[in-house]
Design a binder for this molecule. Sequence first.
Ligand code: KG4
Ligand code: ZN
Length: 342
Amino acid sequence: MLVLGIETSCDETGIALYDTGRGLLAHALHSQVALHADYGGVVPELASRDHIRRVLPLTREVLRGAGATLAEVNAVAYTAGPGLAGALLVGAGVGTSLAYALGIPAIGIHHLEGHLLSPLLADPAPQFPFVALLVSGGHTQLMRVGGVGDYTLLGETLDDAAGEAFDKSAKLLDLGYPGGPAIAALAASGHAGKYPLPRPMLRSDNLDFSFSGLKTAVLTAVRDLPPGTQARADLAAELQAAIVDVLVGKTIAAMEQTGLTRLVVAGGVGANRLLRMQLDAAAQRCGCTVFYPPFEFCTDNGAMIAFAGALRLQQDKKENPRGNGAGFTVRPRWDLASLVAG
Ligand code: KG4
Ligand code: ZN
């Protein structure tokens, strides 16, 4: 079965073709980072318009790359939420229209389910069940994953996501958007510990997170910071260390609490090298194995949507499971734990 995946939930247009027999055939991505850079964050209206411009040319490029034609596609998977409403509508509109014209199923995919299942695109792929640390720009969650559609929330952020802490702090330090890679790059020449920041909720007796206080602490620290690049690098290093300490501490607590030994890390912050190093070291100490998506599939992409769509369609035995061109909805807010197995 050949599945076309369309991701347009935020500031990346991602298209991919996944074949259930042969694996990922081709994928293409257009990042809008340059488009939003001047504004210090994503401007929703500009994002929607750019998705409209990119989605069909990228689809043609992917088909060409895979040596396939539209007529050979068996299903279309698109991101139905959560995300920016206008941006989601582009992928949903194009996806369902294509499916209707081709007489094939269209399936709306939960963006975080895409992230969550993306480590299964790697070799070796983790076996179910596993604990997943989901760290995207808008979400920080620990989930128990028993199978496709079997997601139990173990803990989540009570306010800002870890990615948001990176992004908002980067703004305070006059760094570019997105903030995570910018902070990580600056932190490389800095020393953590010089300007101490809190490790919010690290010692709390649950698996929840809170990162909004960290942003406030960075605001205060920036105000008192001596001039010069070194001080900014030291603060960036401390911020990265604080976020990583909390993520690693809570994740290891989740492994202990569930008794599971496989950990999956997904979402943009999962590209952070310090996080990977410290998670690997901590996991090794407790006899756990960590699985990451291929590096290019950590941040938003079409491959994870095509792949999640293929898994969902395989699981769903009905002929035309979801969406038959009669209409579609997008869900800018959507709780992952509310999903059920097909
Ligand atoms: O999963 P993603 O691409 O988009 C959402 O679904 O939100 O995640 C984007 C987030 C942003 O907050 C970005 O700053 C962060 O991932 N990020 C990083 C790194 N690369 C991306 N954070 C820390 N270190 C990185 N290397
Ligand atoms: Zn994402």
